[in-house]
Design a protein around this ligand. Structure first.
Ligand code: TPP
Ligand code: SF4
Ligand code: MG
Length: 307
C-alpha cells in the first residue's frame, strides 16, 4: 500500500493553444497548482466549460473534463454534481459564455448554491470568435460588432452575483498577481457552496492595451484584507500599498466595493458558509425514508387499481 501523490505535471495535458501573454495561461497554472496542493484525485475531479478560448481549459487538465455547449457549462456541472456529489467540480467560462448566452444559467446557479467552483475568465471581449463586444466590454469599445464604439455601460458581474438570493461566495482577482490569484481560487475551492470568482483576464490578441493602466500602476489595484480574507505577504504589501479592510461577512460593504472599477478591488468580497446547498436539500434523507418511498409507490399503483 502507498499514498497516491501527484506532482503538477500529473495534472498537465497537452500544450495550451492560447496566445502568448494570454491571461488564461496564468489561470491554468494556478488551477494546476491547486490540484497538486490539495492532492486532488484526477479520477475524482472534473473541469466543465462552455465555448470560447477560456473554455479550452479542460483540454489542458489531466482530469475528467467536459468541453460543453456555449453558455451551458453550469447546467452540465450541476448535473454532474447532483449525480456524483463526491466529485470535485470546477467550471471555467468566459464573459460571453457566462454573462451573455449563459446568463440565465448563471443567475439560477447562484440561487441553487451547489458546491461548485466557478471561474469567470473575463477578458471583456469574445476572444475565440475574433473580437465582438461582450456584456462586460467597456463603454466606447470599438469591436467588430461595435465599430463606432459600444453604446452601453458594461455589466458588472460582481454586483449581479451579489444581488441574487442565496449568494454564498464572491471574489475578484486579476491574472497578473499570481499570489492572489492562487489564494482566491484556493479559498473558492474550500468554500462549501457555489463560489464565483471573476478573474480579470488579459487578451493581448484583441485588446492589447486595455488593462495597461492597471497593470503598470499598483495604485489602481485595491487589495481587500481581513483575517477571514486573503493573506497579504510583505512582498505584496510593498508593491500594492492601496488596501482596504473588508470583512467578507458584510454583504452591504461587499456590494459597495463591488461597484468600484477603478481601482479594481481584489480579494474575497463575500462569503457565507450557512447557505444550504441544493444537492444537500434535494438529497435530504428525511424526504426519502423507506416508508415514504413505499407509500408514494403504492399511491401511484393504486391509481391503476380496478376495484
Ligand atoms: C450557440 C452558439 N452561439 C454562438 C457561438 C459562437 N461563439 C463561440 S465562442 C463565442 C464567444 C466567446 O466569448 P467568451 O465567452 O468571452 O470567451 P473567450 O473566447 O473570450 O474566452 C461565441 C459567440 C457558438 N459556438 N454557439
Ligand atoms: S484571443 Fe485573447 S483570449 Fe483568446 S487565446 Fe488569444 S489572447 Fe487569449
Ligand atoms: Mg471573453
Amino acid at each position: 500500500m502507498y499514498d497516491e501523490h501527484y506532482e503538477i505535471e500529473d495534472y498537465q495535458k497537452g500544450v495550451p493553444r492560447w496566445c502568448t501573454g494570454c491571461g488564461d495561461n496564468a489561470i491554468l497554472t494556478a488551477v494546476q497548482r491547486l490540484c497538486r496542493d490539495e492532492g486532488l484525485l484526477p479520477e475524482k475531479t472534473v473541469f466543465v466549460s462552455g465555448i470560447g478560448c477560456s473554455s479550452r481549459l479542460p483540454h489542458y487538465m489531466n482530469t475528467y473534463g467536459f468541453h460543453g455547449i456555449h453558455g451551458r457549462a453550469l447546467p452540465v456541472a450541476e448535473g454532474i454534481k447532483l449525480a456524483r456529489p463526491e466529485l470535485k467540480v470546477f467550471v471555467n467560462t468566459g464573459d460571453g459564455d457566462c454573462c451573455s448566452i449563459g446568463a440565465a444559467h448563471w443567475i439560477h446557479a447562484i440561487r441553487y448554491n451547489m458546491d461548485l467552483t466557478m471561474m469567470l475568465h473575463d477578458n471583456q471581449i469574445y476572444g475565440l470568435t475574433k473580437m465582438q463586444a461582450s456584456p462586460t466590454s467597456p463603454i466606447g469599445l470599438k469591436s467588430n460588432t461595435t465599430p463606432h464604439g459600444s453604446y452601453l455601460e458594461a455589466l458588472n458581474p460582481l454586483t449581479v452575483t451579489l444581488g441574487v438570493s442565496n449568494v454564498s461566495f464572491v471574489a475578484q482577482v486579476v491574472d497578473w498577481i499570481p499570489e492572489v490569484l492562487y489564494q482566491v481560487i484556493s479559498a473558492a475551492y474550500h468554500h462549501k457552496g457555489f463560489s464565483f470568482v471573476r478573474i480579470i483576464q488579459r487578451c493581448p490578441e484583441w485588446l492589447r492595451k486595455l488593462m495597461d493602466p492597471w497593470l503598470h500602476d499598483p495604485q489602481k489595484v485595491l487589495l481587500l484584507h481581513h483575517e477571514n480574507g486573503i493573506e497579504i505577504s510583505s512582498g505584496l504589501a510593498r508593491t500594492y500599498t492601496r488596501m482596504q479592510e473588508h470583512d467578507p461577512a458584510d454583504i452591504n460593504q461587499a456590494r459597495e466595493i463591488a461597484s468600484g472599477i477603478d481601482p479594481i478591488p481584489v480579494g474575497i468580497l463575500y462569503r457565507n458558509e450557512d447557505v444550504p446547498c441544493y444537492e444537500d436539500v434535494r438529497h435530504d434523507p428525511r424526504l426519502r425514508t423507506t416508508e415514504l418511498v413505499q407509500k408514494g409507490l403504492e399511491a401511484e399503483l393504486d391509481k391503476f387499481t380496478i376495484w
